[in-house]
Design a protein around this ligand. Structure first.
Ligand SMILES: [Zn+2]
Length: 69
């Protein structure tokens, strides 16, 4: 049986593994209403608009220590 003559270094092994696992950024388009980046064919997460219409309510996060009450 053919066998490797030398052990590959950790560096060489890790280079091989890392070259096959590159993350790519998700493709986004600008929202027509607010301009925020959103996924294509999806409701905008910032303003809830889709196709020029308001189709979803957007939850507004409250500050933890809201002292304005
Ligand atoms: Zn938007």
């Amino acid at each position: 049986m053919p066998n490797p003559k030398r052990k590959h270094t950790r560096s060489r092994r890790d280079l091989r593994r890392s070259s096959n696992s590159k993350l790519t950024a998700a493709h986004t388009v600008a929202c027509a209403n607010c301009g925020a980046p959103r996924l294509p064919h999806n409701v905008c997460a910032k303003c809830g608009f889709y196709g020029g219409k308001l189709v979803a309510k957007v939850k507004v996060k409250k500050a933890k220590n809201d002292e304005s009450k």
